[in-house]
Ligand binder design. Structure first.
Ligand SMILES: CC(C)(COP(=O)(O)OP(=O)(O)OC[C@H]1O[C@@H](n2cnc3c(N)ncnc32)[C@H](O)[C@@H]1OP(=O)(O)O)[C@@H](O)C(=O)NCCC(=O)NCCS
Length: 203
């Protein structure tokens, strides 16, 4: 997939700055490292299979330039193969990174080839509470349904831990109604959670 052609713009609204979403670039890595330094590793960034944190799978993000380069290569590989489509979310005026959205095929393989995609997101700690995640979530969801069509991508699921109330709010305001409770299912996830689903619009 040609990643450099994808750029999504979201207008400012109230507290929320205008956003630009596009694939991650090397120039974004200092912002990403600064954000990860605020909360790594307990609330970092779901990131890259090559960066392992000991213990059960958990949020992980790059901690230094070397890991950032590895992390970025993972995002670029994902776009090239089409199985891991990630967006840096930028404050469009400041041109700074404020978040991240990642879309994959739930059952592996390329996005747009299965029964359902799966989406995740993160907002930098100092940019939270301004509606950035739900706006970014909507932008990527709309793009994905329009790009892959209902045949290739009938629905996208979103899973959050039961105690992640902020994420539950993001799901609901970002266009993902609650679908069902999801009991812990190691090694895929280790706590009870919610599954939310967005359906592709009918043509
Ligand atoms: C969950 C998360 C993505 C929310 O992002 P966000 O851009 O702050 O989203 P919002 O601004 O819409 O905030 C979501 C809710 O949390 C509240 N909130 C979150 N952080 C807040 C803050 N620092 N100050 C005030 N309110 C905050 C908001 O009021 C909002 O609730 P509301 O819709 O009832 O008003 C962000 O907290 C995060 O990145 N957390 C760590 C990673 C994570 O949990 N990702 C999701 C995994 S499923």
């Amino acid at each position: 997939m040609r990643c450099m052609t994808v750029a999504l713009d979201v207008a400012a609204d109230g507290d929320r700055p205008a956003l630009r979403l596009r694939p991650w670039r090397a120039a974004d890595m200092p912002d990403l490292l600064a954000a990860m330094a605020l909360e790594y590793p307990s609330r970092g960034l779901a990131s890259h299979p090559d960066i392992k944190v000991p213990g059960p799978p958990r949020w992980s993000g790059p901690r230094n330039d070397e890991e950032a380069a590895l992390w970025l290569s993972g995002q670029q590989r994902g776009w090239a193969v089409g199985d891991w489509l990630t967006f840096a979310v930028l404050d469009a005026v400041q041109n700074t990174v404020v978040g991240h959205v990642a879309l994959k095929n739930r059952d592996g393989g390329k996005v747009g080839t299965g029964e359902r995609g799966e989406i995740g997101y993160w907002t930098a700690a100092d940019a939270r509470g301004r509606g950035i995640a739900p706006a970014a979530l909507r932008a990527v969801t709309d793009w994905a349904f329009s790009n892959f069509g209902a045949d290739g991508l009938p629905r996208i699921m979103l899973v959050h831990d039961l105690d992640n109330l902020a994420s539950c709010r993001v799901a609901l305001t970002g266009g993902y109604p609650f679908h069902e409770l999801s009991p812990a299912k190691p090694p895929y996830w280790f706590t009870d959670g919610h599954i939310h689903l967005a359906e592709a619009p009918a043509r």
